[in-house]
Write a protein that binds this ligand. Structure first.
Ligand code: FES
Ligand SMILES: [Fe+2]
Length: 343
C-alpha cells in the first residue's frame, strides 16, 4: 500500500513523549523513536540502528544522545553517529531525522521530504489546545486500516445500529444528511430531529436528560485522516444558536497497512472552570466504552474479512451515507498518486 508521505501525521499526544525517555512507535510501517531534547523540544529519528537493526527504543537517552541498547552506538538529534564505545564514530552510520511539531496537544510528524515540511499545513485543531479548553484524551490501537476509520467517522449513520444504547438513537436514519467539499476538506453533516439521547450525551451537550432534542453532528476531514466532529443539541424545534457545540477530535495514523493509531479527545471551554475539567475526564471515559467495545471489534472484523486485499481496489456496496467517505478517499488517493507520479 502506498501512503501519502508529504503530510503531517499525528504520532502521539504531547504527554506521551516524556522527559528523559524514548518512545518507540511504528508510523506508516516505519519504526520511529521520539524523545525530548535537553530544551524540551520533541525530536524524531529512525527507530532502527543501522549497525545490526536493533530497535533504538531498547536503548537509552543520554542527554541529547540516543544510545543503542545492543552495542552502544550513540546518535544525536540530527541522526549523526556521535558516539562509538570502540573507536571514532562511523560517519556512514547515520539515521534519518523526521520533522516534528508539537501543536494542539499532539505531536505531528512529517513522513515525506524534509524541505516540504511546512508547519502551516497542520490542520486547525485549535479547539484541542490546552490553553483554550479542558481536554479529555484517549488512545486506541486498532487492527484495521485507517481507510476503514475514515469511513467510520465520515459515515455516522452507523451510530443508530452499532451504538444504539450509547451514541445513537432510532431517529438517525430519518434525519437530514448532506456532505460538501471545501477545497480539499470534506464535511459530512447530519441533523437528527426529535430524538431522546442517552443521559451521558445529554449532559455532554448541556440539554435536559430524557427530553426530546434536535441534534446536529458535523464531521470534518483533512487528508490523510485528521478528523473532528462538531456536535450539539437543543430542545426539539429550538434554534441551534441556543445550544453549545462540543468538538471531539479523531486523529488516525496508519501503523501498518492493516493497523491504525487512533487518538481521540473531547473538549470543553476553559470558561467552564473545574466543571469543564471534570466533564472532559468523565466524557472521555464514556466515549471509551462505545469506541472500544462497539467500533473496535467491528473495524477489526471488517479487516479480517478484507484480509490483505487493498481496500481501494475493492468493489463496494453503496448507501447514501457513503458519499463523504468515498470523496475523501478519492482526494487522498489522488494525492498519493500525484506523489508517486512526481517521484
Ligand atoms: S545494533 Fe546498535 S550498536 Fe549494534
Ligand atoms: Fe462509531
Amino acid at each position: 500500500m502506498a501512503y501519502l508521505r508529504n503530510s503531517w501525521y499525528v504520532a502521539g499526544w504531547d504527554h506521551e513523549v516524556a522527559e528523559e525517555k524514548l518512545l518507540s512507535r511504528r508510523i506508516l510501517g516505519e519504526l520511529i523513536i521520539f524523545f525530548r531534547d535537553s530544551e524540551g523540544q520533541v525530536k524524531a529519528l529512525q527507530g532502527v540502528c543501522p549497525h545490526r537493526f536493533a530497535p533504538l527504543g531498547r536503548g537509552v537517552l543520554d542527554g541529547d544522545v540516543v544510545k543503542c541498547g545492543y552495542h552502544g552506538l550513540g546518535f544525536d538529534s540530527t541522526g549523526a553517529c556521535v558516539h562509538n564505545p570502540f573507536g571514532s564514530p562511523p560517519k556512514a552510520m547515520k539515521i534519518r531525522p523526521y520533522p516534528v511539531i508539537e501543536k494542539y496537544s499532539a505531536i505531528w510528524i512529517w513522513m515525506g521530504d524534509e524541505d516540504k515540511a511546512d508547519a502551516s499545513l497542520v490542520p486547525d485543531f485549535s479547539f484541542n489546545d490546552p490553553e483554550q479548553a479542558w481536554i479529555g484524551k484517549g488512545y486506541m490501537n486498532v487492527k484495521a486500516s485507517y481507510e476503514l476509520e475514515i469511513e467510520n467517522i465520515l459515515d455516522l449513520s452507523h451510530i443508530q445500529f452499532l451504538h444504539p444504547t450509547t451514541l445513537g438513537s432510532g431517529q438517525v436514519s430519518e434525519g437530514h444528511y448532506e456532505w460538501k467539499q471545501d477545497g480539499e476538506v470534506i464535511w459530512s453533516n447530519r441533523d437528527v430531529y426529535g430524538e431522546v439521547m442517552t443521559d451521558e450525551l445529554s449532559v455532554a451537550m448541556g440539554v435536559e436528560p430524557g427530553a426530546k432534542v434536535d441534534r446536529w453532528i458535523n464531521v470534518r476531514w483533512h487528508a490523510p485522516a485528521s478528523m473532528a466532529i462538531f456536535a450539539g443539541a437543543v430542545a426539539s424545534s429550538r434554534p441551534k444558536s441556543e445550544g453549545r457545540e462540543t468538538p471531539t477530535t479523531h486523529l488516525f495514523t496508519p501503523e501498518t497497512e492493516t493497523s491504525s493509531h487512533y487518538w481521540y479527545a473531547i473538549c470543553f471551554p476553559k470558561a467552564m472552570g473545574p466543571m469543564g475539567e471534570a466533564m472532559a475526564n468523565e466524557q472521555v471515559e464514556f466515549l471509551k466504552m462505545p469506541f472500544e467495545t462497539e467500533d473496535l471489534p467491528m473495524l477489526e472484523d471488517q479487516q479480517i474479512n478484507i484480509g490483505d486485499r487493498e481496500f481501494r481496489t475493492m468493489k463496494l456496496g453503496w448507501l447514501p451515507g457513503d458519499a463523504a467517505g468515498a470523496r475523501a478517499r478519492n482526494i487522498l488517493y489522488g494525492k498519493i498518486d500525484e506523489e508517486a507520479g512526481a517521484a
